[in-house]
Design a protein around this ligand. Structure first.
Ligand code: XMP
Length: 323
């Protein structure tokens, strides 16, 4: 019979058989899938696993700490954190176009991650042969099956390593759907904040600032987003709402009156949506009182923001994200 306990036992045995006494690397994104995959592999091979977390500075408030502290506390995993915030900010300077932002963030991410892999390889030698990925069953079906290998190419001139290293993939979630992954994560004792996390885009807050991404704007948006998330959770809306992007219209200014005088600040957009699969979505008819609390708190607590607006567009025609 099918239980999460069985899945864990089965996968732990399979991972041990596959990896043997070699070593593995796993990238953590802060998302559910990579966290559960890493926790499973950690349970199977313990200190033979090293996790890598790239801090690109585009995460929401508290998310990096969740990985650094709570995930490590729950699993005992060996974690290498790469602080790449400056690098991402520099690469994004002057860029407003959404697809260009995505390309830059994706490219920099791969470079930083590969650099970290090479450093681990240099420290630990040729025993590192496996790369853990949180591939789910729907991803397998979409890409047409086939388990694989991953290449890293050393175009960064880190000396002393072969030009082209091939990792074998470990994909312990290949037979599972998202809800099953969450159950396995729970079984493994991961914190709810990680296991129940709503979808969040890989490029993070970088695509929730309409306009150029700067440190100041990221800090503003992080505050506004934290307030919205806190109030939505307090109101018990986390299940009803699939996700609620909070967007900073950094290139828009409007006049307001705050405190002693007139201000000329930026709007924050709330985009609460209900959905089954993110392919289509409806805007969530959430209680006015909750909207009022979020609006009051954001305009009181976040400098430079003098307006909060609600996005009441379905998908289609609107996408869930603004970029
Ligand atoms: P849209 O905006 O296309 O979003 O309606 C659908 C779902 O995908 C997420 N999303 C992304 N996820 N990288 C990601 O990993 C991206 O570039 C990206 N863009 C959108 C979005 O949050 C929603 O869940």
């Amino acid at each position: 019979t099918w239980t999460t306990g069985n899945i864990v036992e089965e996968q732990v045995a399979a991972i041990r058989a596959q990896v043997g006494d070699k070593r593995a690397i796993c990238g953590l994104s802060g998302g559910v899938d990579s966290a559960v995959a890493a926790a499973l592999v950690q349970k199977a091979i313990g200190s033979q696993l090293t996790c890598v977390y790239v801090d690109h500075g585009l995460m929401r408030k508290g998310e990096t700490e969740q990985v650094e502290k709570d995930f490590v506390a729950a699993t005992g995993v060996q974690l290498k954190v790469v602080d790449a915030q400056e690098r991402f900010l520099n690469a994004l300077a002057g860029v407003s176009d959404p697809e260009t932002k995505r390309k830059i963030i994706g490219r920099e991410f791969i470079r930083v991650f590969e650099q970290a892999q090479l450093e681990i390889l240099q420290e630990e030698g040729p025993a590192v042969a496996f790369l853990v990925q949180g591939t789910l069953y729907p991803d397998v079906v979409e890409s047409g099956g086939g388990t694989g290998t991953a290449n890293i190419k050393s175009h960064h001139n880190v000396g002393g390593l072969p030009d082209d290293i091939e990792f074998e993939l470990v994909e312990p979630l290949r037979q599972l759907f998202k809800d099953e992954v969450r159950m396995v994560g729970q079984e493994l004792g991961l914190p709810d904040e990680i296991v129940q996390r709503q979808p969040f885009p890989g490029p993070g807050l970088g695509i929730r600032i309409v306009g150029e991404v700067t440190k100041e704007r990221l800090d503003l948006l992080r505050e506004a987003d934290a307030i919205a998330r806190h109030e939505l959770t307090a109101a018990g809306l986390d299940r009803e709402i699939w996700q609620c992007p909070v967007v900073l219209l950094a290139d828009v200014r409007s006049v307001g009156v705050q405190g002693d005088g007139r201000t000329y600040g930026h709007p924050i957009v709330l985009r609460p949506v209900s959905s089954e699969d993110a392919m289509t979505a409806d805007w969530t008819r959430m209680p006015y009182e909750v909207l009022a609390r979020i609006s009051t708190r954001i305009t009181n607590e976040v400098p430079e923001v003098n307006r909060v607006v609600l996005d009441c567009t379905s998908k289609p025609p609107g996408t869930i994200e603004w970029e």
